[in-house]
Design a binder for this molecule. Structure first.
Ligand SMILES: *Cc1c(COP(=O)(O)O)cnc(C)c1O
Length: 496
């Protein structure tokens, strides 16, 4: 049976002679099941994923509404007073500022955004049966896979609404920074959908070494500059003192923020860390709650990787709501690299979001705003700070955190790729390593826990990191307490 007959308009719906049958069930829209002659194939038993039986959620969830202790407000970097909405107006459209400070429990997702989400949402929730078998664990492992989006990660979940609200308010151009290129490509995609100009400052080192993300951004119509650049004061200042600077996320943020602040028709977008970004990502967890129900499962442990905290918060926050209301009691575990351990080794303090100190001060777990992880660290998650909302939830004891070295992460990624097939982005390899630790622990104790993992993106553009690992060139960095102590000494002293 040739696959193309499924697409042809003359396809015979009663086409048993084609070996296909159209199945319709209560919970699922139309789908096709191969029926081999002489054998009964039970559709449900043969299905690992459940993504089609549910609808895309109609709202995002704001965890602030359910926290008895509210997080500390961001501070104006000049006055050290709480930031006022008008302080943020040069950078962000009004609607996103409202979301940033909102305490509403649910915020409606605009129709136009839902329409774009429907290009790849709902995303699949998949039972990792083959990984379970490989590990010989009695645990049941599920992963929520966000790599099916056009950019290959969870980032478009926020890029799309951010671009849409900007377009609604008459903004013509959006500027941003990107490190490895995940956020820049997600925003370039979103801007192409809503006809916005997009300019991206990409950290010089990855601009040079990872050309494919840059080409994706250009394909979607964005302009990409290596950072530091000659186009901004912040960039020129760095280049004066170090003409060969490889750049950093903190520097690229300073450049993009400066451009937005100086141009009235230009706004700035951030891909993680801020409240409204985590808000948008909760579409992941809302979907996943329904999908776990469809599997008849309740998670005992939920595990995700944290860079700025957006994919982790996006999956976990709706589950934390269910936990706070007594409906379930999962353990919630963030995983970070030992090379950039903001939750496990940082301080909880007000610090800048960028290197030049232009952004508001955020109360967060930070390694210091000029901390730069060792360049040989391959696993992404390089930001010096953690989302204030994740930091706050951690302080309240709603979740725990571990740091895992990169060779263990890549070993886990190889096991995952060779059992489940997907090649993970370097970031979620941290979650995979932690899931494997948990599953092997279950093997020892005989517990059949339900483990849920955030699988936030694929690694198709990160294969040089796999090359490094497979060639044996990836090593664990000796952890430098001294380096962290030095950058922590630059965290501003603010009495709050
Ligand atoms: C950007 C990115 C991350 C890190 O950001 P968070 O805000 O912590 O989610 C993790 N995984 C992937 C695939 C990313 O693109």
């Amino acid at each position: 049976m040739a696959a193309q007959s499924l697409l042809s308009s003359s396809f015979n719906f009663k086409g048993d002679e084609h070996g296909f049958r159209v199945c319709k069930s209560k919970s699922k829209p139309l789908h096709f099941v191969k029926v081999s002659s002489g054998h009964k194939v039970r559709a449900q038993a043969a299905t690992n994923a459940d993504s089609r039986g549910i609808e895309i959620p109609k709202h995002w969830y704001n965890i602030i509404a359910d926290l008895s202790v509210k997080p500390a407000p961001p501070l104006n970097p000049r006055t050290f007073e709480p930031v006022k909405p008008e302080d943020l107006a040069p950078l962000f459209p009004e609607e996103l500022i409202k979301q940033e400070v909102s305490s509403e429990r649910f915020i409606e997702i605009p129709e136009e955004v839902l329409d774009v989400y429907s290009l790849w949402r709902p995303t699949p929730l998949i039972r990792a049966k083959r990984l379970e078998k490989l590990l010989g664990t009695p645990a049941r492992i599920y992963y929520k896979y966000e790599g099916v989006s056009p950019a290959g990660s969870h980032k478009p979940n926020s890029a799309v609404p951010q671009a849409w609200y900007n377009a609604q308010e008459g903004v013509k151009k959006i500027v941003t920074e990107t490190g490895a290129g995940q956020w820049g490509s997600a925003l370039a995609f979103a801007c192409s959908i809503f006809n916005l100009d997009c300019e991206v400052w990409q950290v010089r080192a990855s601009y040079d070494s990872k050309p494919y993300r840059k080409l994706m951004m250009q394909t979607w119509g964005a302009k990409v500059h290596p950072s530091p650049s000659e186009l901004t004061e912040a960039g020129r200042r760095i280049l004066e003192s170090d003409p060969l600077s490889p750049g950093s996320l903190g520097i690229a943020i300073s450049e993009a923020v400066e451009v937005a602040a100086k141009n009235p028709d230009t706004k700035y977008c951030l891909g993680s860390v801020l409240n409204h970004v985590l808000l948008h990502q909760t579409v992941i967890g809302e979907e996943c709650i329904k999908q776990m129900e469809a599997f008849g499962e309740t998670p005992d442990v939920i595990i995700g990787c944290t860079g700025g905290g957006s994919n982790f918060g996006g999956l976990c926050f709706p589950f934390i709501r269910e936990k706070l209301s007594g409906k379930m009691n999962p353990l919630i575990r963030a995983v970070e690299p030992t090379a950039c351990p903001s939750l496990t080794k940082g301080v909880f303090a007000y610090d800048y979001g960028d290197t030049a100190g232009m952004t508001p001060l955020l109360k967060m777990h930070t390694l210091g705003h000029d901390f730069i992880p060792d360049p040989i660290h391959a696993g992404g998650l390089r930001y010096h700070g953690m989302a204030p909302l994740i930091s706050h939830a951690y302080e309240l004891g709603l979740m725990e955190a571990v740091a895992i070295p990169q060779t263990e992460c890549f070993q886990g990624a190889i096991q995952f790729a060779r059992s489940e097939g997907l090649i993970p982005a370097p970031e979620p390899t941290h979650a995979i390593a932690a899931v494997i630790r948990e599953a092997l622990h279950c093997k020892e104790t005989g517990e059949s826990k339900v483990i849920l993992m955030a699988m936030c993106g694929h690694g198709h553009f990160d294969l040089p990191a796999y090359d490094n690992f497979l060639q044996g060139n990836l090593v664990d960095l000796s952890f430098s307490e001294e380096k962290i102590r030095e950058s922590l000494s630059k965290v501003p002293q603010i009495v709050s």
